[in-house]
Ligand binder design. Sequence first.
Ligand SMILES: NC(=O)c1ccc[n+]([C@@H]2O[C@H](COP(=O)([O-])OP(=O)(O)OC[C@H]3O[C@@H](n4cnc5c(N)ncnc54)[C@H](OP(=O)(O)O)[C@@H]3O)[C@@H](O)[C@H]2O)c1
Length: 120
Amino acid sequence: MRELHDRLGIVTECWSPLGGITVYRPHGVNGGRSVMAEPVVAGLAAEYGKTPAQVVLRWHIEHGLCAIPKSVKPHRIAENFDLFDFALTSDEVAATDALDTGRRSGPDPESIRLDSFSRR
Ligand SMILES: NC(=O)c1ccc[n+]([C@@H]2O[C@H](COP(=O)([O-])OP(=O)(O)OC[C@H]3O[C@@H](n4cnc5c(N)ncnc54)[C@H](OP(=O)(O)O)[C@@H]3O)[C@@H](O)[C@H]2O)c1
């Protein structure tokens, strides 16, 4: 899929890139556990003098993915742009990849239909 998107010039935007869905649905499949609370992420944040949110957003960049995080707080909006003075190594990206539980906190795109939104 990624190769096809690259060939067609399509950029993939990541849904809920900071795991906001775990805040909005605290009783969801991952029990409301935010990726920002993962020790691997916290460790990288401490190593680079960054916040867990910045590490998670940088992980998207290392993968060439588009992340548009949401915050209502100006200081967090600034923090979420301040990502371009550090980089994760391939081992650190792999350690972060390994946090994947294989379970979706949000709906499966394959299951979304117009009637999911009361439309025909
Ligand atoms: N989730 C959906 O259903 C959905 C659907 C369609 C489109 N999208 C799009 O996806 C993008 C964002 O998704 P999202 O709102 O689901 O979630 P998100 O960006 O993954 O996370 C937002 C949550 O993280 C918090 N946050 C933001 N910056 C932070 C930081 N630096 N440190 C700690 N916490 C931080 C926010 O709280 P504060 O606001 O209090 O800072 C909010 O609770 C938006 O462009 C949105 O329009 C989402």
